[in-house]
Design a protein. Structure first.
Length: 204
């Protein structure tokens, strides 16, 4: 079972297969792993003890960032994520902790979750994906329906207001056009975030 794995110069944490979205461009729909990693589909979800032990096995003299991002939405297991991040922050305070998320934790848990990340997570990378709510529904296919797009933006704004660095992401052409990218940048900045345009990963 792949609990942690390396992507370039970072250690990634794989907590769950669960996700409230089924994005049409998601790499997990095209294969069992990414970037040459071992298969990321989990036969079961790792315990907090297993996550911590796996994290402790890395040499943080070589890795300066830990990213909670596997084949599912990491905030589906918010308690485990936060406890693991707390442990890592205490053991390795110089390591940057990032969470790659769809930004729907508030809908998953039915409350404002942004304060939970303060002091434990350095960066929240949130998938904005598009400037258009209707397109977001069609592309991301969230189980929460129309509530998802505004909830994601509200989560980003709340987190940024707490001093957490928030980066909102979209996928480059052909998923988005240059005009959409300009509009997405304006949305991100209005929420106190920055925009990052991720390269398109072809399934072929």
């Amino acid at each position: 079972m792949t609990v942690t794995y390396q992507v370039r110069s970072a250690v990634y944490v794989n907590l769950t297969n669960r996700c409230p979205c089924a994005c049409t461009f998601c790499l997990r729909q095209n294969g069992p792993g990414i970037y040459g990693s071992s298969p990321l589909w989990l036969e079961r979800e790792p315990t907090l003890k297993e996550v911590v032990e796996s994290l402790d096995g890395w040499d943080y003299g070589k890795f300066k960032e830990v990213v909670f991002c596997g084949y599912g939405e990491p905030t589906e297991r918010l308690d485990v994520l936060l406890e693991a991040a707390k442990h890592l922050k205490a053991a390795h305070p110089d390591v940057t902790i990032r969470v790659n998320t769809n930004g729907l934790a508030d809908l998953i848990w039915g409350r404002d979750t942004a304060p939970d990340f303060a002091g434990k997570v350095d960066v929240l990378s949130i998938s904005l994906n598009t400037d258009d709510p209707a397109e977001y529904l069609a592309v991301c296919r969230p189980k929460f329906g129309e509530a998802a797009y505004p909830a994601m933006q509200r989560f980003a704004k709340n987190a940024a207001s707490l001093g957490i660095k928030v980066v909102m992401t979209i996928v480059d052409a052909p998923v988005t056009t240059p005009e959409q990218q300009v509009r997405c940048r304006a949305i991100a900045e209005s929420l106190g975030a920055t925009l990052r345009i991720r390269p398109y990963e072809s399934p072929e």
